[in-house]
Design a protein around this ligand. Structure first.
Ligand code: ZN
Length: 150
């Protein structure tokens, strides 16, 4: 168990120090901002769609290691998925970080997102992990204004 925890920890640290897709997409079709006042995490998500498929997705912002790593891994996971698939992944990821296991993950493999299963032991960090996903959903729905977890 501790070996697995170490591995998970390494992935989170790696993504928080060297976040992937940390940039703005100029002319992004969709964008949204999110804020988690409990921790102070701020994130902006940019999405470029090709039909109903996510052709490109990126983020910018500042926050704790969990929120940054979650945003980084989210962009890697969602790129190339349809809007519907991204929604299913979010449901599954939300299950994972709130209960420690995702019932639907057999149908929708979470892949690298599994590194956040430990977050369920730290309820205060759930919003850090899910902020970027809420913000992505807002961007995909084309909503105006900022998302707040409170
Ligand atoms: Zn945070």
């Amino acid at each position: 168990m501790s070996d697995l925890s170490d591995l998970y920890q390494e992935v989170v640290v790696d993504h928080s120090k060297r976040p992937r897709n940390f940039r703005k997409i100029e002319g992004a079709a969709r964008a949204a901002e999110g804020y988690n006042p409990l921790c102070g995490d701020r994130v902006a998500v940019y999405v470029k769609l090709d039909g109903d498929r996510v052709a490109d997705v990126s983020f910018q912002g500042s926050g704790c290691a969990i929120s940054t790593a979650s945003a980084s891994i989210m962009t890697e996971t969602v790129k190339g998925k349809t809007i519907k698939e991204a929604g299913v992944l979010f449901d599954s990821f939300h299950d994972l970080v709130t209960t420690g296991n995702a019932a639907s993950s057999r149908a929708t493999p979470l892949g690298k997102l599994e590194v956040f299963s430990n977050v369920s032991n730290y309820p205060a960090r759930v919003k850090c992990a899910t902020l970027v996903w809420h913000t992505l959903q807002s961007a995909l729905r084309g909503e105006q204004g900022a998302v707040s977890t409170e």
